[in-house]
Design a protein around this ligand. Structure first.
Ligand code: ADP
Length: 422
């Protein structure tokens, strides 16, 4: 009996041992399997995360992730670049953005779980983005949106977009509309005033007065037409028509001659002198002749307009230099004060009335057209002025603006000096 019991218990012990060994093996196997699965999961997560980061880094806007504790958890490359050297990860909102106007909408989006968008302008000194790429005043759009995710922690994704250029364009457009309306209102009010007078009883029978009123009205009507015409040219140049300039070769001297012919009556009336100084009188240019005529017309007309009372000499010239083609219009008139020089190419900018100028003659758009037309041809324009000595508008064009020379069809068709003394 005893030996059989012993055998049985030995058998049981062996079976139990085997079972334990098997169990242990299975356990080891299972934990290996779990570890493998965990590793796989971790590596899949890392891949997903790096794909997500790559995607977020490919965004064109700075993007940030803020957690429920109001700390910055992630910034894409553009987001990081706004802060140059600063370490911003894991820092509280106010330490990152410094400005309440940026923090408040983010806090509101976190608290109320709603999207919040706001636009703000920052002066460079107070800007939290210590980046030299954005000097001066900048405008930003802050767009904070809660992220709908299954995790318990809620996040807000924030896009902070630099809208300075759009804001500037919009501002320029608004100013243009405001200035244009203002410029048009004055002559319109004058015309309406004279019309009212003419419609008063008996006014039409006084023919001399009626004629005088009509002439004044015509003058202001012409002014309105000129403003509208100039505005259309600017708008055509700005709306990309510059990309479709009608570029053809033309003789610069012929273009100058057209301009002088159009202004001949004023030149004669003022007793002004117009001289030509071209290193190559046969020079042919590649460009849109319509705009070049406009450029030279505005420059010569300005010299005449600003100097009705002096012995004015205007020189129009050109020369081919190392760096390209130079064209200039210079006069010996009253000039432009140094303080005004940086602004005169702005739309509707006029120098405070010159002493001799009794009324406003220009539209304030002439030089703006000059600059835009030259830009469209890939050139630059500059001005220097020593009042009473020389006011010089100088245009520099790339050499590609010079066309191949060709003999003149009519060699007699040369420029004549326009001068009362010639
Ligand atoms: P405007 O139509 O009034 O002439 P512009 O844009 O052509 O407008 O010129 C802007 C201002 O620059 C003019 O109002 C004038 O005061 C000044 N200006 C331009 N050219 C000359 C010049 N040759 N001599 C003196 N002042 C000039």
């Amino acid at each position: 009996m005893v030996p059989s019991l012993l055998i049985l218990s030995a058998g049981l012990a062996v079976t139990l041992g085997l079972l334990v060994i098997r169990y242990c093996r299975e356990q080891t196997h299972r934990s290996e399997e779990i570890r493998r699965l965990e590793e796989k999961h971790l590596s899949e997560r890392a891949t997903l995360q790096s794909e997500n980061h790559a995607l977020l880094n490919a965004l064109n806007d700075p993007l940030f992730l803020i957690d429920a504790e109001q700390r910055l958890q992630f910034a894409n490359i553009l987001g990081m670049s706004l802060f140059s050297e600063r370490d911003i990860l894991n820092r509280p909102l106010e330490e990152v953005f410094l400005d309440r106007r940026i923090c408040d909408p983010i806090r509101q989006a976190l608290k109320e779980q709603i999207p919040v968008t706001t636009q703000l302008t920052l002066a460079q000194e107070s800007s939290p983005f210590d980046n030299e790429d954005h000097p001066g005043e900048t405008t930003w759009l802050v767009d904070a949106r809660p992220i709908d995710c299954e995790q318990s922690t809620s996040y807000v994704r924030v896009i902070i977009r630099n809208t300075t250029d759009e804001h500037h364009t919009e501002q320029v457009r608004k100013d243009f509309v405001a200035n244009a309306s203002h410029e048009l209102r004055t002559p319109l009010a004058i015309i309406n005033g004279y019309l009212e007078n003419l419609l008063e009883e008996g006014m039409l029978s006084d023919q001399a007065t009626a004629l005088r009123f009509l002439r004044i009205m015509r003058k202001h009507g012409k002014r309105i037409a000129r403003i509208v015409e100039d505005m259309l040219i600017i708008s055509r140049l700005e709306s990309g028509e510059a990309g479709s300039l009608k570029v053809k070769p033309f003789r610069l001297e012929a273009c100058i001659r057209d301009v002088v012919e159009r202004l001949e009556s004023v030149i004669t009336e003022q007793g002004a002198e117009v001289t030509l100084s071209m290193s190559d009188p046969d020079l042919r240019m590649k460009g849109d002749r319509f705009y070049w005529t406009q450029v030279l017309f505005n420059l010569v007309e300005n010299a005449l307009k600003q100097n009705p009372e002096i012995a004015l000499v205007i020189e129009v010239g050109s020369e081919t230099a190392e760096d390209g083609l130079r064209i200039w219009v210079a006069d010996n008139g009253v000039g432009i004060p140094a303080a005004d020089l940086p602004f005169i190419f702005r739309r509707f900018y006029r120098v405070e009335k010159h002493h001799s100028q009794v009324e406003i003659k220009g539209t304030g758009l002439g030089l703006s057209i000059v600059r835009r037309a030259i830009d469209a041809h890939g050139g630059k324009v500059d001005v220097t002025s020593v009042p009473g000595e020389e006011t010089r508008f100088e245009i520099l064009l790339p050499k590609t603006a010079i066309a191949k020379s060709k003999p003149r069809k009519n060699p007699d068709e040369a420029f004549e000096v326009k001068s009362p003394r010639a």
